[in-house]
Design a binder for this molecule. Structure first.
Ligand code: NAD
Length: 486
């Protein structure tokens, strides 16, 4: 296989990145573009051997990086962010070719956010502090010691953004990293390795291994030298990783799926509610935080639906490279099969399609809204991860809260209401890691991020990331001249 491929004019090394060197694997897998199903290239397909080599490289590099001053680590992270900004156009188009998400979002939102992830955690590191405190004259000093090699496993729906959300705090804290990107979108992780090396990140501090999770995953997550595992992906994979990590009790951070509610109350600004509801189709519905269950108060349901249909049917679906496109393709033929399976089973069970309900050409799926769905129906309870929403109505606030919480997930919730008192009451009762009131997708990196129930374990963001990626230490020092008197 060739060592490099060219995608939209950008040269990308398809080999592993281990210990500061490119390493070929004996086998490869084929990477497809969801835009038209074309083959982008053959990518190195790692297994246990590559996992061992990458963890070994991270272990070797750890003492040096951990001993590097905070200032220098922050400087290098900023240099990586500079590199991301310099290559922003290339990263944006490669990501679009690889996962089918909108080029305009990559350009204006996602890739600037990648750079921001790196800068934010670099700056946070410099400010990380806990005031010393005293216990009977003894000084307590809290420090954040880096934990060691970290395995970071990421999904395909926002590949580089989610990778750097983990890589940045892990590296800032002084850890070394083995990053395993998703096999449906492996390309920008390889570019990140190049950018990091050019920015002066020492060899072995960031390693990128490519391959199928099922083939390389266990060797990474069961490795006794791995001190942290941070995973974003699906619930079944998370359970497998938790079982694999259990042998060493390796601490885990799990950011998983959702089936989040979007509640529209009778006192809501209905145009705002419709805008927020239609936004749930972003990224062709492949957003963990998406409020896919529209719960609308009976008195406004008809008018809400009318305005929703009017807006949603005007969305433009097509090539994600086109500036005018609102919805691109779904990521992979298997994902489209999965989405359509959910929809067809729901229709067979009696759901009514308000809009959509079917595939289109290629990997494009019609934006879909289903109603007449039972609360215990699969389509209401399971994450579809495609442009598919359900609509249910409620009679009062208590019923709204009951329906919203009647799920095994707990990632996010969105409320649209003109009554601040109601917003406060309802928020207090919702099980969700993030609640948005009259807004959606506002995510500050200093906020705790994560989910309850099956949506995850732990929180990352700001100080929570450093707490996760570090071994916190409290050092108690006796005052000068102190003697122990038994
Ligand atoms: P997935 O679980 O299939 O794969 C995620 C990653 O895990 C991939 O890199 C894959 O190769 C790897 N993997 C698979 N088997 C493995 C194993 N046995 N050991 C180790 N790694 C393994 O998930 P996906 O389909 O890529 O992503 C979609 C899911 O991710 C959805 O459920 C979505 O909600 C969730 N997600 C959550 C968040 C969040 O922050 N909560 C963000 C984005 C996506």
């Amino acid at each position: 296989m060739p060592d490099k491929i060219t995608v939209a004019g950008v040269s990308i090394d398809t080999r592993q990145w281990i210990g500061g060197a490119r390493v070929a694997s004996a086998e490869t897998f084929t990477d497809l573009s969801p835009i038209d199903g074309s083959v982008l290239g053959e990518i190195a397909r790692g297994g246990p051997g590559e996992a061992e080599a990458a963890v070994g490289a991270a272990r070797e590099a750890f003492p040096g990086w951990a001993a590097t001053s905070r200032k220098e680590r922050a400087r290098i992270l900023h240099a990586i962010a500079d590199g991301v900004e310099e290559r922003l156009e290339e990263l944006a188009i490669v990501e679009t070719m690889d996962n089918g998400a909108l080029l305009r979002s990559h350009r204006r939102g996602v890739m600037p956010r990648v750079a921001h992830n790196l800068r934010f955690f670099a700056d946070w590191l410099l400010a990380l502090d806990h005031e010393d405190f005293e216990t009977r004259g003894h000084r307590n000093h809290v420090s954040w010691d880096p934990a060691g090699p970290c395995v970071l496993i990421t999904p395909w729906n926002a590949p580089l953004m989610l990778a750097t959300w983990k890589v940045a705090p892990a590296l800032a804290a002084g850890n070394t990293v083995v990053l395993k990107p998703a096999e449906w979108s492996p390309l920008t992780a390889s570019l990140l390795a190049d950018i990091a090396a050019a920015a002066g990140l020492p060899a072995g501090v960031l390693n990128v291994v490519q391959g199928y999770g099922a083939e390389i995953g266990d060797a990474l997550t069961a490795h006794p030298d791995v001190r942290r595992i941070s995973f974003t992906g699906s619930v079944p994979t998370a359970k497998r990783i938790a079982a694999s990590a259990a042998g060493n009790l390796t601490p885990l951070s799990l950011e998983l799926g959702g089936k989040s509610p979007l509640l529209v109350f009778t006192d809501a600004d209905l145009d705002l509610a419709v805008d927020l509801a239609v936004e749930q189709y972003d990224n062709a519905g492949q957003v963990c935080l998406a409020g896919t269950r529209l719960l609308v108060e009976e008195s406004v349901a008809e008018e809400f639906t009318r305005r929703f249909v009017d807006k949603a049917t005007r969305l433009s679906q097509g090539d994600p490279r086109d500036e005018a496109t609102d919805i691109g393709p779904n990521v992979h033929p298997r994902q489209v099969e999965k989405i359509d399976g959910f929809v067809q089973r729901a229709l067979a069970a009696g759901a009514r399609p308000v809009i959509g309900g079917h595939r289109k050409d290629g990997l494009y799926y019609a934006p879909t809204l289903l109603t007449d769905v039972a609360q215990d129906a699969e389509i209401v309870q399971e994450e579809v991860f495609g442009p598919v929403l359900t609509l249910q109505t409620f009679g009062d606030e208590d019923e709204a809260v009951r329906l919203a919480n009647d799920t095994r997930f707990g990632l996010a919730a969105t409320l649209v209401t003109g009554d601040p008192g109601r917003a406060e009451r309802v928020t207090a009762q919702l099980v969700a890691g993030t609640v948005w009131v009259n807004c959606f997708f506002v995510r500050d990196l200093q906020a705790p991020f994560g989910g309850s129930r099956l949506s995850g374990v732990g929180r990352e963001g700001g100080t929570w990331s450093f707490d996760f990626y570090c071994d916190l230490k409290n050092t108690v020092t006796a005052p000068k001249g102190w003697t122990h008197h038994g």
